[in-house]
Design a protein around this ligand. Structure first.
Ligand SMILES: Cc1cc2nc3c(=O)[nH]c(=O)nc-3n(C[C@H](O)[C@H](O)[C@H](O)COP(=O)(O)OP(=O)(O)OC[C@H]3O[C@@H](n4cnc5c(N)ncnc54)[C@H](O)[C@@H]3O)c2cc1C
Length: 298
């Protein structure tokens, strides 16, 4: 929207419009909006975007970026788009546990999205792995649907905000186990029936009987397609400065895929706006040379 309002010709390429926002039902911290849901916010974003002349390419992935002065973006369809500037806002995805029984049981008890899959576990016992904000939020959401929630946290303290921890501790059907290293998801007859974890205080392997396991151990930035052409951090986040510049001239990054601290909607929105203004500044400063190069490449 910021790019279009500057009169730039904008193409938006998104595998799934709305991104992670689509996976959340309760949003109460988007400044000026007391309460909304992911689908509602996504709809509002699309409506706002439709006020402008923006070319949208949905359900397509960017598989490669060729980083010369005029950049070429290669799509999963094989289409190639030449552009003078590129803003990468590809976000992040759920991190997996990588223990036996996890991959094999996705869809049969192992889940990553409480809002999508929580209702399937109505009246059942579930575990949430991870005691950060996502994990405790998931536990609180699930506690309203399922019979019981057991939260397993690897560290000896919870990393979630105290306000969330207080709410979780006040719920009768949430149990929090700390210093628990998840070792295996167990199943019988194609359905999850429990988890094994190492009690890091006693070194004992313990079992917890559950019908579902929600993995909430963080996000991995979606930067693989571009990591060979720009600098990324040890966590795979695209390194940016305060104006969203990356290590490559003309490429900007914004939101969860970048090193910006705090991964939140309002921050991602602000960063996206900032990246657009930086791209516009770059285009103004280099307009003649970029136009000649762009025309020559056509
Ligand atoms: C369950 C859950 C609840 C949350 N609750 C809140 C909350 O209440 N409040 C809050 O502020 N934040 C919340 N967050 C965090 C918030 O959703 C993120 O910080 C925010 O969505 C980041 O926006 P983004 O645009 O950087 O990335 P994303 O939302 O991840 O969007 C990335 C976009 O890029 C696309 N994409 C990825 N790779 C490619 C590719 N190679 N080619 C083309 N397109 C690609 C994706 O399809 C998607 O459209 C929550 C997150 C989750 C998962």
């Amino acid at each position: 929207i910021y790019s279009a309002r500057k009169g730039l010709k904008v193409t938006l390429i998104a595998e799934r419009l709305g991104g992670q926002v689509k996976d959340t039902m309760g949003i109460e911290n988007l400044i000026s909006v007391s309460s909304t849901t992911g689908p509602e916010l996504t709809g509002n974003l699309i409506n706002h975007m439709n006020d402008y002349d923006i070319t949208v390419k949905e359900h397509l992935r960017v598989s490669e970026v060729i980083d010369e002065e005029i950049k070429t973006v290669v799509l999963s369809s094989g289409e190639r788009i030449d552009t003078k500037t590129l803003i990468v806002a590809t976000g992040a995805k759920w991190r997996e546990l990588n223990v036996p029984g996890e991959k094999e049981n996705i869809g049969n008890g192992v889940a990553y999205c409480p809002h999508c899959d929580g209702p399937f576990f109505k009246g059942k016992d579930v575990a949430v792995v991870g005691g950060g904000n996502s994990g405790i939020e998931a536990a609180l959401d699930l506690a309203g649907i399922v019979k019981s929630v057991t939260v397993l946290e690897f560290a000896d303290t919870l990393r979630a905000d105290q306000v969330l921890v207080d709410q979780a501790q006040a719920r009768d059907n949430i149990t929090i186990i700390k210093s628990a290293a998840t070792q295996e998801v167990t199943a019988a007859n194609g359905k999850v029936n429990g988890m094994k974890y190492l009690d890091r205080d006693t070194n004992e392997v313990k079992d917890v009987a559950v019908d579902g396991v929600f993995v909430q151990i963080g996000l991995v930035p979606n930067s693989a397609f571009i990591k060979d052409v720009i600098e990324t951090s040890q966590y795979g986040e695209i390194v940016i400065d305060e104006k969203c510049h990356t290590s490559s001239k003309g490429i900007y990054a914004a939101g969860d895929v970048s090193t910006v601290p705090y991964k939140q909607i309002v921050i991602a929105m602000g960063e996206g706006s900032k990246a657009s203004l930086s791209a516009f500044e770059y285009l103004l400063a280099n307009s003649q040379r970029l136009e000649e190069l762009y025309e020559a490449q056509k």
